[in-house]
Write a protein that binds this ligand. Structure first.
Ligand code: NAD
Length: 285
């Protein structure tokens, strides 16, 4: 698939990341279809998109015509997964078997040319592509949260990814007004590999009783970080952040420096997933 030939983009997963990715694809002029198995999440994604676009108009960053054109480009579906598009970007839960099963299902209804991009934060692209027909079209396209605002996109080639596919995705990222960086395929790639310790060490301080959540966050902010680790985990999704750490712990052969925290696991078990569930390390209205 050449960049110039991309007309339609399908996004699988309408949660924290999928909603924003779909919004920017539609804003860039692509016919975009957003799919999720959860009808409530799809409805929320539709409302969030309309609200984000309205804010853009209020702030003078978009015209009302831009907003209407974006909405006209975007459709939402929760029926069976039969998306047939030029590029598919998956943004579902951070679990290898779920991502692979989605691409296998989509293989049956897409041309061998359709690019399968994963927004995974940590799972090696080589692993996701293993067992997918035409693995040369599987690539990492890792956006940052919030996807409609953050500029960085890591473009990751797995062992089988063709250079043409990686280049098409790099150009697509530019068209979405992002700053693409080519990254090697390694668990967590570049940013999450380095940033993991921000969360893991913050949680260790909490477990050891060195300081409480608010103190750690305030100190990290005072030292120049935009957010402390707990605020950031609430924004990311405590469950997603926990899955990413667990995936990296396993991928690095249980290196203790990536060991997931029991406190975080308890939050996940309790359904305290952060902003998206109304409660995480903090409580939200
Ligand atoms: P999320 O929990 O907010 O959303 C995941 C969505 O996937 C949910 O709406 C769920 O209903 C849907 N889903 C689950 N199984 C599905 C299936 N079989 N078919 C269709 N939809 C399905 O998660 P998120 O935070 O948006 O993360 C999604 C992906 O993006 C993960 O791989 C994560 O690592 C990555 N990521 C997350 C962030 C972040 O800050 N949250 C940043 C970059 C990358």
């Amino acid at each position: 698939m050449r960049f110039e030939d991309i007309k339609t983009i399908g996004i699988v997963g309408a949660g924290t990341m999928g909603q924003g990715i779909a919004q920017i694809c539609a804003q860039a002029g692509y016919k975009t279809i957003l799919f999720d198995i959860n009808a409530q999440i799809l409805q929320k994604a539709e409302a969030t998109t309309a609200s984000n676009l309205s804010k853009g108009v209020e702030r003078g960053k978009l015209t009302d015509a831009d907003k209407q054109a974006t909405l006209a480009n975007l459709s939402f579906t929760g029926d069976t997964l039969t998306l047939s598009c030029d590029v598919i970007i998956e943004a579902v839960v951070e679990r290898l078997e779920v991502k692979q099963s989605i691409f296998k299902d989509l293989d049956a209804v897409n041309s061998p040319d359709t690019i399968f991009a994963s927004n995974t934060s940590s799972i090696p692209i080589t692993r996701i592509a293993a067992g997918i027909p035409n693995p040369e079209r599987v690539v990492g396209m890792h956006f940052f949260n919030p996807a409609h605002i953050m500029k960085l996109v890591e473009v990751i080639s797995g062992a089988a990814t063709s250079p043409e596919v990686a280049e098409t995705i790099r150009q697509l990222a530019l068209k979405l007004d992002k700053k693409p960086v080519m990254a090697q395929d390694s668990p967590g790639f570049i940013v999450n590999r380095v940033a993991r310790h921000f969360y893991v060490e913050g949680l260790k301080l909490l477990e050891e009783g060195v300081a409480d959540v608010q103190t750690i966050d305030k100190l990290m902010q005072a030292s120049g970080f935009k957010m402390g680790p707990f605020e950031l985990m609430d924004l990311i999704g405590v469950d997603t952040n926990y899955s990413v750490t667990s995936s990296m712990f396993e991928a690095f052969h249980y290196d203790p420096k990536f060991r997931p925290s029991r406190i975080q696991q308890q939050k996940v078990d309790a359904g305290h997933h952060g902003r998206k569930s109304g409660k995480g390390f903090y409580t939200y209205e």
